[in-house]
Design a binder for this molecule. Structure first.
Ligand SMILES: [Zn+2]
Length: 336
């Protein structure tokens, strides 16, 4: 079987003709396989959804229990069949429950990575290398300039600033699913044991992480109503980036704006966003993780999507690996 007969780009997303299903479709379809809970990959309104237990739970929390006609959980490593096509979910290391999906039929195995990272993250199952004929890789940070420093070093810089400016509230912008919980966990692993104050938009998912055994320590609502403004001096407050434009952010004493994102590597971007303390913490692979992974899968062909396709395609060609951009539309990851 030829690879393009097993998976091919459609306007709705990546389509498998023999299995009659889509992977991460951006429009409602009859049958969807979903890699992870970020909103551009996991949409509501599909007829049937197959995903990991965690991804299904997260979709239910975000969209309501009726987000799909029917749901089917896929355990990591368990091979299921969809219209005769074998599909297996493997950990992607991106956020809790995130999966790569291996699709196998007629002697051809394609792995759709979804979003992934290789570096250790206590809030996500570790990435697993899956050998395949064709590897579909994301390329959010697919330029050699993107090399993420160890997240622990970034958290150490945050804690140093907290110690240095005890009269100021450290307001940390982090996406609601994955990044926020990772920052909380990194703070705990660095020995920070005071309550962490969180914006209401983070409560449901953070509680869910805790219910799945990921200890985030004591989390308190970051609402000034529950105390006086001065209570938040010396505090670490985490909120979604969207809340930083709100009245909410101005309630805190002399807030020091921080933002946890791989994009903080670009100094100009931090400056434009008014970020005083940029923290380079990413849930996506950096350049080295992308190129290492391409080698590790042993794939003879690479399809590149979600970001800087051209540089990675060119790199593959220089390595003698066939590669092409997939040009899927509609993905703008909410968790960088
Ligand atoms: Zn994502």
């Amino acid at each position: 079987m030829r690879a393009k007969d097993l998976l091919c780009p459609h306007p709705e997303g990546l389509y498998c003709p023999p299995g009659d299903f889509f992977i991460d479709p951006v429009q409602p379809v009859a049958r969807a396989l979903v890699t992870h809970g970020h909103s551009d990959h996991a949409r509501s309104g599909h007829g049937a959804v197959m995903a990991t237990r965690e991804t299904l739970d997260i979709m239910g929390l975000r969209y309501g229990e009726d987000f799909a006609g029917t749901t089917q959980p896929a355990a990591f490593g368990e091979t299921l069949h969809v219209n005769g096509v074998a599909v297996t979910f493997h950990p992607a290391g991106h956020v809790l429950g995130s999966a790569q999906i291996a699709v196998e039929h007629g002697g051809m195995r394609i792995v759709a990575s979804g979003d992934y990272k290789r570096i250790p993250d206590a809030t996500s199952e570790p990435f697993e290398v899956v050998s395949c004929d064709v590897f579909i890789t994301e390329a959010t940070f697919g330029l050699p300039v993107f090399r993420h420093p160890p997240a622990e070093e970034e958290i150490a810089r945050l804690l140093k600033s907290v110690a240095q400016f005890p009269e100021r509230t450290h307001l940390v912008g982090a996406y609601a699913l994955g990044k926020a919980q990772r920052v909380m966990r990194l703070l705990r692993d660095a020995g920070y044991d005071r309550p962490i104050y969180i914006h209401g938009a983070l409560t449901t998912i953070s509680d869910y992480y805790q219910s799945r055994g990921i200890d985030l320590g004591r989390l308190e609502p970051a609402t000034v109503e529950t105390g006086s403004k001065g209570d938040f001096a010396d505090a670490v407050v985490i909120g979604p980036p969207s809340a930083f434009q709100d009245r909410w952010a101005r309630r805190f004493p002399d807030p020091l704006s921080c933002f946890a994102s791989g994009w903080m590597r670009i100094r100009q971007r931090a400056k434009q966003g008014g970020v005083e303390l940029p923290l380079i913490i990413s849930d996506h692979s950096d350049w080295d993780e992308l190129t290492d992974t391409i080698h590790d899968t042993g794939a003879s062909e690479i399809w590149v999507t979600h970001g800087r396709e051209e540089a990675l395609v060119r790199w593959c060609e220089l390595q003698g690996i066939a590669a092409r951009p997939l040009n899927l539309v509609g993905y703008e990851d909410e968790g960088d």
